[in-house]
Design a protein around this ligand. Structure first.
Ligand SMILES: Cc1ncc(COP(=O)(O)O)c(C=O)c1O
Length: 345
């Protein structure tokens, strides 16, 4: 357990990028960006911090005066709640009731006031189905001088966190060798921010978005056939070259495989993104053309970078229900996993 101290804010970003050796070949490497190394445990620390700084910078919020309210399926809530505590703001979170109990208890432990809705796992956008978003907006509208809703589904600071942070990190960490970028889509901040930055550095980089099946169990991601497209994603959707749809079964199977082969205990959305990354690798390998260059050498190697948004700590009950890990196996995994990082919870 990590203490909640102000220097945590300086530790957002600069997460490790590691090669998944057992999944890589000499021609195609798969590298994972371990976002759970962020101080509040997920990729959403980046967006949450940028949204806070943006609102403070523009004079929209001041401590002691404003209450932050946000609809979220968990990780943004945890990040906003942790940062709010450190910066001295009160916070309320509107959350779908299906979100894991572990996530809700972390939020409560951070002093958050929770409003639960009967929404899907990632709040949907669009009238009628967007209960979390509608409720948060209704509360914020009722007391405009009191509440501020960052709204990760529309706020460009969410995109900028990745365009100016995650994207350049990946470029530097791969020395510009990245050829494919794979990420799951919730608000679309990660895929559009990183995708656009990488394409500006090298327009040949392929940007691959991942969605879970309809009626999925993957906290943080959304299926675009059953929920509307967030404005934030829509603004830069052209950056995506292709989509993969991954089933619950494929995602959970990959969670298990990542533990067995790499000793990594990942969250469900990482299993989902990794299942897609493996399909990308297979496709590259099956269509590999050995291009001779002037020296008779081979085409450059392919480097797939995949985002692992959070680790498995919060998913004991889900993994139990889904038969991924029994309680004993989960305890073993918590003890034996590599690179699990520290956690404040
Ligand atoms: C676990 C997890 N994975 C992936 C994502 C997707 O990130 P983004 O909102 O940047 O599309 C989220 C977002 O909430 C998440 O919580």
């Amino acid at each position: 357990m990590r203490a909640l101290t102000p220097e945590l804010l300086n530790k957002i970003g600069n997460t490790p990028l590691i090669e998944l050796r057992s999944f890589s070949s000499s021609d195609v490497k798969i590298l994972a960006k371990l976002e759970w190394f962020n101080p509040f445990g997920s990729v959403k620390d980046r967006a949450a911090y940028w949204m806070f700084k943006d609102a403070e910078g523009r004079g929209l919020i001041s401590r002691g005066k404003h209450v932050i309210i946000e609809p979220t399926s968990g990780n943004t809530g945890i990040a906003l709640a942790g940062i709010a505590r450190l910066l001295g703001y009160e916070i309320e979170i509107v959350i779908p009731e299906k979100v894991s109990e572990e996530t809700k208890s972390i939020l409560r432990a951070l002093g958050t006031n929770l409003h639960e809705t009967s929404d899907d796992l990632c709040p949907r956008v669009g009238v009628g189905t967007d209960q979390s978003i509608s409720l948060a907006k209704a509360i914020a509208r009722a007391r405009p001088g009191k509440y501020y809703m960052p709204n990760q589904y529309e706020n460009d600071a969410n995109f900028l966190a990745h365009y100016e942070g995650t994207g350049p990190e990946i470029w530097r960490q791969t020395s510009g060798r990245v050829t494919h970028f794979v990420a799951g889509v919730g608000t679309g901040g990660t895929i559009t921010g990183v995708g656009l930055y990488l394409k500006e550095r090298n327009k040949a980089v392929r940007v691959i978005a991942v969605q879970p099946q309809r009626q999925h169990l993957i906290q943080g991601l959304r299926n675009f056939e059953e929920s509307n497209i967030p404005t934030l994603f829509e603004r830069r959707a052209v950056v995506v070259d292709e989509w993969y749809t991954i089933t619950n079964e494929e995602s959970f199977k990959m969670v298990k495989e990542l533990y067995e082969r790499e000793r990594l205990l990942v969250g469900p959305s990482s299993g989902c993104a990794m299942a897609a990354a493996c399909k990308v690798k297979e496709r590259i390998e099956s269509s590999v053309q050995v291009i001779e260059d002037g020296d008779g050498g081979r085409d450059r190697e392919k480097v797939i970078v995949v985002v692992f948004a959070d680790n498995g700590r919060k998913f004991r009950s889900l993994y139990n229900q889904q038969g991924v890990f029994s309680s004993e196996e989960f305890d073993d995994a918590l003890r034996n996993a590599l690179m699990l990082g520290e956690s404040f919870f």
